[in-house]
Design a protein around this ligand. Structure first.
Ligand code: AMP
Ligand code: AMP
Length: 370
């Protein structure tokens, strides 16, 4: 896959024009903030209400209890499946509400093809597409000059400890560690048997050097209004069953032949050793610069750099997300970093709505939408 596929660029430019046309028909004094009920919707909807917008949640029956019990939505619209968002009737309804969609992890994980979506999305959906293709992500990070774990092209070439990942934002589900080709074959057949991944997933697996160290996830926000990168929150994940392994004595681990996987269960807030922030802030600025070259107009709003700091406290970035990540939920109502920046309660959901408000006030909403 070419990072600058000319045909795709043209197609996306045309789509962008269509979206801007829809936006030009909106009454910007009556904007609604719309999202799917999952992932970080409580964060997004609460933020929308705190900034004075109407908050709309599209959710399945199974999750309705969450959004009803917290009372964060002005309106809950029932859907049978996340992909209903692509249906014309729902899109029409959202456009009638002057709705701006806030994408999160479920958009990539459960919907995929955002090209069918003809309503304004806050952010840059072309960069969200980059996020779904690991090879494109990797090139983006490298072009930004970041240190990344080595990518192993074929399972036969595994010559060190690796982590095997599957396509899409599946929150670490089914990932496994392998030390060589035989180990890869053994573990992949176990994973397929257990139903955590399909044969196709294994065929399309992304094999990456495993970095031993401290995991840190940095949630940044690029503001077109202030033309700056802001660090909003930092977290680390709580993962099953890799985080549970420490409770099992090593002698038993060996006998039980336990192979950890990385299903995400939750997140913890992190405050970084201050001198290490320079690596993260520089990395974020470089990533934003490169984003302008690979997907006009570049980064807008939330993005996350997922890193491991090794024993020399060097940051290696193994993944980038070009939208709000669920780890920002640890920063509601405020994180140490967002407090230092804003001096008030500020969290990613609210920061998104604040930027939309600034976009409306300054007449630059079209720069924030795709
Ligand atoms: P859910 O609505 O919980 O199924 O989440 C939607 C997608 O986002 C799934 O692919 C999840 O694995 C992923 N996800 C949800 N919560 C988190 C989290 N706290 N950290 C990382 N990924 C997550
Ligand atoms: P991801 O879906 O890429 O966010 O990865 C899920 C989890 O796998 C992370 O939270 C880490 O615990 C772990 N992980 C992923 N890639 C690496 C890597 N290259 N080195 C070490 N740990 C990793």
């Amino acid at each position: 896959m070419k990072i600058n596929d000319e045909e795709r660029t043209k197609k996306m430019e045309k789509l962008r024009e269509e979206i801007l046309n829809v936006l030009s028909c909106y009454d910007q004094n009556r904007i609604s903030i719309v999202t799917l009920g999952s992932h970080s919707a409580l964060n997004i909807l609460k933020g929308a209400k705190e900034e004075g917008f109407k908050a709309i949640c599209l959710c399945r029956e199974s999750e309705r209890i969450i959004y009803e019990s917290f009372g964060v939505a002005d309106e809950i619209i029932g859907i049978d499946d996340y992909s209903d968002l692509l249906k014309k009737e729902f899109q029409k309804r959202i456009a009638e509400m002057n709705g701006i969609l806030i994408p999160h992890g479920s958009f990539n994980a459960y919907i995929g093809n955002l090209e069918e979506l003809k309503i304004p999305v806050f952010g840059n959906r072309e960069l969200m597409y980059h996020e779904t293709v690991r090879e494109m992500q990797d090139r983006w990070l490298k072009e930004a000059g970041l240190e990344t774990p080595r990518v192993i092209e074929k399972p036969e070439e595994i010559d060190r400890l690796v982590i095997v990942k599957f396509p899409g934002a599946k929150g670490g589900k089914g990932y496994f560690l392998a030390v060589d080709y035989d180990d890869f074959i053994k573990k992949s057949s176990e994973i397929v048997k257990s139903g955590l991944a399909s044969k196709d997933d294994i065929k399309n697996a992304f094999i990456q050097e495993y970095i031993v160290g401290a995991n840190v996830y940095f949630s940044f926000f690029y503001s077109p209004a202030y033309e700056r990168v802001e660090l909003i929150a930092v977290d680390r994940r709580y993962e099953a069953d890799v985080d549970g392994l420490g409770k099992v004595p090593s002698s038993i681990q060996i006998k039980a032949d336990i192979s950890p996987t990385y299903t995400v269960i939750g997140n913890f807030p992190v405050v970084l050793r201050e001198s290490l922030l320079s690596q993260a802030l520089r990395a974020a600025e470089n990533v934003v610069e490169v984003s302008k070259k690979i997907a006009h107009p570049g980064m807008v709003g939330p993005f996350c750099l997922e890193a491991v700091f090794d024993e020399n406290a060097r940051m290696k970035v193994f993944e980038i997300s070009a939208r709000i990540v669920a780890g920002t939920n640890v920063g509601i109502p405020v994180s140490p970093y967002s407090y230092i920046l804003f001096g008030e309660n500020m969290y990613m959901g609210r920061r998104i709505s604040r930027e939309i408000k600034l976009g409306i006030e300054r007449g630059i909403l079209d720069r924030m939408i795709f």
